[in-house]
Design a protein around this ligand. Structure first.
Ligand SMILES: NC(=O)c1ccc[n+]([C@@H]2O[C@H](COP(=O)([O-])OP(=O)(O)OC[C@H]3O[C@@H](n4cnc5c(N)ncnc54)[C@H](O)[C@@H]3O)[C@@H](O)[C@H]2O)c1
Length: 330
């Protein structure tokens, strides 16, 4: 996707009608690559001229295969069950996140798509335990310990995507290269999933402040940083980058760990001014704690000169502790 590259490439984005997928599609298109957005739902915003939208379902292999013709890379972003009422629909969560991912892998193989970038989540290693200074060498959280269907199925899907790395493509077109990106919570302009919900809780006086050890830190990722990470991953699956991302999983965050309270403080304080009468603030011990010791790891893409964006791509480093606070040996 370097500026001025001659051959026109086409990429397909499953979940391209959603918040992140649409943003990724628009950015890639502006870089001169043809983009197909593939989603069960039409995007909320008008689709810019030149970008193709296909209404389709990842649960239907034939629809995915049909859409993948002449595509060089799939960004598999479609997912279901992350928050709200969706979380209760176990069957659909399994179908979309697991079966849908199997279909995408199968369709890549049968149609000869050589690159697959999967949008995973940090939940694949996280089940509420304290993690300090961990990195991608952390093991998957055992599947039975996942607190929700979404996290478990995202984990299963990521494993399938990474296992598919190196498998033969149909028609002797080489091998499939895959990688997985694990974002923290996504925020940014127009975000509809998290912030509006929190605002509505505050307005209804239902917001419970989760405030614990001030040294407890969490990570978020701005949508445009996540876009950049996906573009880097796409490039890093190519032969001219020696496929260095192939078979890899990467945590993606802003690289600025922050206390949860501090992250939401401007929003909450702004809202409190408006709803002081209704507002109730509860303090409780923070359950989810990422402790960060300031060690930065930047070696994932830099060896091939891909480390080139303005906000650094700095995966988190963690150390695992057991419930008694003893360091776990990995
Ligand atoms: N939002 C976050 O904080 C967060 C955090 C970590 C990981 N992620 C991951 O990032 C990705 C993007 O998240 P988002 O917030 O943009 O989600 P989103 O809900 O806005 O987008 C997901 C899209 O997938 C589509 N989709 C659902 N089922 C489908 C199906 N069967 N076939 C085709 N499309 C289908 C939906 O219609 C939606 O447009 C997801 O894979 C999610 O798991 C998100």
């Amino acid at each position: 996707m370097e500026a001025g590259s001659s051959a026109k490439e086409t990429v397909l984005i499953t979940g391209g009608g959603g918040y992140f997928g649409f943003r990724l599609g628009c950015t890639i298109y502006r870089k001169g690559v043809d983009v197909i957005l593939f989603d069960v739902m039409k995007p909320l915003q008008p689709v810019p001229e030149g970008i193709k939208f296909i209404q389709g379902n990842v649960c239907c292999l034939a629809e995915v295969e049909e859409a993948l013709k002449d595509v060089i890379c799939v960004f598999h972003i479609a997912s279901y069950g992350m928050s709200g009422r969706e979380q209760l629909n176990r069957k659909l969560i399994e179908d979309v996140n697991v079966k849908g991912t199997e279909n995408v892998i199968q369709a890549c193989k049968s149609t000869g798509v050589s690159s697959l970038v999967y949008t995973s989540t940090y939940n694949v290693i996280f089940g509420g335990q304290i993690i300090e200074n961990g990195d991608e060498s952390l093991p998957y959280l055992p599947l039975h310990l996942h607190p929700d269907h979404y996290s478990r199925t995202k984990s299963l899907a990521e494993m399938k995507v990474l296992k598919a790395n190196g498998t033969e493509l149909g028609n002797g077109k080489g091998v499939l290269r895959t990688c997985a990106l694990r974002p923290a919570g996504i925020y940014g302009p127009g975000e509809q999933r998290h912030l509006p919900r929190i605002v509505s809780y505050i307005e209804r006086g239902l917001f419970k402040f989760v405030y614990g050890d001030p040294l407890s830190l969490v990570e978020f990722v701005h949508v445009d940083n996540l876009v950049q990470a996906h573009i880097l991953a796409f490039e890093a699956l190519k032969a001219n980058k020696k496929h260095i991302a192939a078979g890899q999983a990467y945590f993606i965050s802003d690289g600025r760990p922050v206390n949860n309270f501090e992250f939401f403080r401007p929003l909450v304080e702004g809202k409190i001014d408006q709803v002081t009468e209704k507002m109730k603030v509860h303090y409780c011990k923070q359950r989810v704690i990422f402790r960060y010791n300031g060690t930065l790891k930047t070696d994932l893409f830099s060896p091939v000169g891909l480390y080139s964006w303005s906000t650094p791509f700095i995966p988190m480093k963690f150390v695992l502790y057991d419930p008694e606070g003893k360091k776990l040996t990995l």
